[in-house]
Design a protein around this ligand. Structure first.
Ligand code: PMP
Length: 389
């Protein structure tokens, strides 16, 4: 087999996606009218497939902060923090994140993906064990694989499956990291975090929670599912991203353990990539400020989520198990999902298409994500368009 032959499978996949109409992986937004409306092929489309949970991408204060940083500090840092130095805003954002979680340490990475690679490879080595939820995001799988640790998956959100694996570890349990998400991004279901914390305490393991999709949305102060379930003080590491509710790009880890401050010296995905640009740091800091001071954004995203979930449920559609900012609609099969995705786009609604193997249980889903910036009218239109499928 030649070097390029393996791409035959990708070629087939690509042509299969395009048979039902537009290719869902190739949608181009010519321009954006607002956080909830884009233009595709000259037509205005309601955006129901972004992770723009707080709707801050067009927030005037965030934009002004970004523009001011561009003008005063330039377009990019042109290097890594280890080799080329940090900008003051990197450290400021780290202080602000640590303060947000009321923990001593936080560390900023260039993307959420890099944060997961960076934290897992720093924390885990060949002698260690990781227990990973089977529905965890690809970046968590990749980080665990790169670390060289022994990886055992447990059944998604299944406490008995987790407990069985912890029991089998015996003495190794104290070299074990449990890796889960707060809210899982395909079906929008949350981890039973309080019970997982109780288990990890019993066995002396450590716990990392990826709150990428829950930051800003769950918890009284928007700190995520761990806060919502009252166990934030017992989680060991929180990772997350700036690319969803904060409307920017980048990632972070926060921890109550001093060891996080040493990750900078050993974490290759931190050391060997350029640091986030000043404009990205500025918009992220302003968005974090808004997340902390405008609880009404959280109230809006929840009101919209309830409206969409209730409306789609009333149509008799099969949805994820919980009301939340991610509402996944199960399709009969792959072809139906593709056809319905195209019909929705034709009728002016953009949602995400989630196909196996990137989905729980190999299902095919149309995934909607809700923003605080959606109007009740837009949510009603999304429901109507689903009713026509
Ligand atoms: N973790 C989870 C759970 C995610 O869903 C994502 C992105 N979809 C990431 C990490 C990576 O974040 P980013 O896109 O900011 O690199």
């Amino acid at each position: 087999m030649s070097l390029f032959e393996k791409f035959e499978t990708a070629k087939l996949l690509k042509s299969g996606l395009a048979t039902a109409g537009a290719d869902p992986t190739g949608v181009v937004f010519d321009t954006l009218n607002s956080p909830t409306e884009g233009v595709v092929d000259g037509r205005a489309i309601i955006l129901a497939g972004t992770n723009n949970y707080l709707g801050l991408t067009f927030n005037p204060e965030c934009i002004a902060a970004g523009v001011a940083a561009l003008e005063s500090q330039g377009t990019g840092t042109t290097g890594s923090r280890m080799a080329n130095g940090s900008y003051a805003s990197h450290g400021k954002l780290e202080e602000e994140l640590a303060d947000f979680f009321q923990w001593p340490h936080a560390m900023v990475f260039s993307t959420g993906y890099a944060a997961n690679l960076g934290v897992l490879t720093a924390l885990l080595g060949k002698e260690d064990v990781v227990l990973l939820d089977s529905d965890a995001h690809a970046s968590l799988y990749d980080g665990c694989n790169m670390s060289g640790a022994d990886i055992f998956r447990f059944k998604h959100n299944d406490l008995q499956s987790l407990e069985r694996r912890l029991t089998r570890l015996k003495d190794r349990a104290n070299r074990c990291l449990i890796v889960i998400e707060g809210m899982y991004s395909v079906l929008g279901d949350c981890a039973p975090l309080a019970e997982i914390v109780a288990l990890k305490n019993r066995f002396g393991a450590k716990l990392l929670v990826d709150e990428a999709h829950s930051l800003g949305v769950y918890g009284e102060q928007g700190r995520g599912v761990a806060e919502a379930q009252g166990v934030l003080d017992q989680v060991d590491f929180i990772v997350g991203t700036f690319s969803k509710s904060l409307g920017a790009m980048g990632g972070f880890c926060a921890s109550r353990h001093d060891v996080l401050s040493l990750f900078r010296y050993v974490s290759r995905p931190f050391m060997f990539t350029a640091s986030p640009s000043p404009a990205v740091m500025a918009t992220t800091r302003e968005a974090l400020k808004q997340l902390r001071t405008r609880p009404e954004l959280r109230a809006s995203v929840w009101a919209n989520a309830r409206q969409l979930y209730g409306g789609l449920k009333a149509l008799g559609l099969e949805l994820g198990p919980e009301v939340g900012p991610v509402v996944a609609v199960r399709s009969k099969d792959r072809q139906t999902a593709l056809a319905n995705w195209n019909q929705l786009l034709e009728s002016g609604v953009y949602v995400n298409m989630m196909l196996p193997p990137a989905t729980p249980g190999g299902g095919s889903f149309l995934r909607c994500s809700i923003s605080a910036a959606h109007s009740a009218g837009q949510i009603q239109t999304i429901i109507e368009k689903f009713s026509k499928l």
